[in-house]
Design a protein around this ligand. Structure first.
Ligand SMILES: Cc1ncc(C[n+]2csc(CCOP(=O)(O)OP(=O)(O)O)c2C)c(N)n1
Ligand SMILES: [Mg+2]
Length: 267
């Protein structure tokens, strides 16, 4: 018997291209479970947009829906164009930290400011995974990557804090070790309007874990150990470099771009 979530997959692309132990498959499964629990059987009202990178491969070629695989860092502006042309469709962007917070960072900022009706899932594996594990704006300080062999001396971006303060309606961060919370966040975000941003901290087993000397079997435990709930964090306080803030940064219902556009008076 087929697994019930296979209905969301383009079966001709199985098995997935992800490396063994990669977090991308967990993110994809959490999204599929969210659709399933919401009773959404077919994804014909959804369109997925992605840029370049391993995480960008989650929707394309795997998800059985319309998917647009576009340029590195440019998924959000393409998704914005699609949403403006077809406001009846739900537009979901999926990509990596390099793609969305690095090269596409400016697009991210302004889509959040506009409260554009797009749901964005950013898989943060702390590096540019596909190209060899280089430093990204999300790489923790001290972290060894292929371009920081002596340890990273740059402070990482708290993407969730930036997106929440820029104007998004919903912002949350989880890790792949927080499967239920992640799935529930997806369910919540799928029902909201405006800009919704969910960051998922995930392992890159081929680039990162090996460099840290941690076997993949320990990675989930490490993610749980490092996670600290946002309710326990005081704004502006020093967060230990080794900590991952998890939880909902913001959940509000400001009028979205599409709603504002719909009631615009053209004289
Ligand atoms: C304009 C441009 N610059 C650089 C590249 C090379 N490139 C392809 S994937 C990638 C990194 C993607 O990293 P991330 O978005 O974090 O995805 P991951 O592979 O880690 O999931 C880079 C730099 C490219 N394809 N296009
Ligand atoms: Mg990455």
């Amino acid at each position: 018997m087929k697994h019930p979530l296979v209905k969301y997959l383009r079966e001709e692309h199985l098995p997935t291209i992800f490396c063994p132990g990669c977090g991308d498959g967990i993110v994809m499964k959490a999204l599929f479970m969210a659709f399933d629990e919401l009773g959404i059987e077919k994804l014909d009202k959804y369109i997925f947009v992605s840029g370049i990178g391993c995480a960008a491969w989650i929707p394309s070629p795997h998800i059985k829906a319309d998917t647009v695989h576009t340029l590195h860092g440019r998924a959000i502006p393409i998704a914005t164009g699609i949403k403006l042309a077809r406001p009846d469709l739900e537009v979901i962007v999926v990509g990596g930290d390099g793609d969305i917070a690095g090269i596409g960072g400016n697009h991210l900022l302004h889509a959040a400011r506009r409260n554009m009706d797009i749901m964005t899932i950013m898989v943060n594996n702390l590096v540019y995974g596909m190209t060899g594990g280089q430093l990204a704006p999300t790489t923790p300080i001290g972290f060894k990557t292929s371009t920081t062999p002596y340890g990273n001396i740059e402070y990482p971006l708290d993407t969730c804090m930036v997106v929440a303060s820029a104007g998004a309606n919903y912002v949350a961060r989880w890790t792949v070790a927080h499967f239920k919370q992640l799935k529930d966040s997806f369910k919540k975000a799928l029902h909201k309007k405006g800009f919704r941003f969910i960051e998922v901290v995930a392992q890159c087993t081929s680039r990162v874990t090996n460099r840290m000397g941690i076997p993949p079997s320990h990675y989930m435990k490490e993610l749980l150990r490092k996670s600290i709930n946002i309710s326990k964090v005081e704004f502006g306080s020093q967060i230990h470099d080794d900590q991952i803030i998890i939880g909902e940064y913001i959940d509000r219902d400001r009028e979205s771009y599409i709603e504002l556009m719909a009631r615009m008076e053209v004289k």
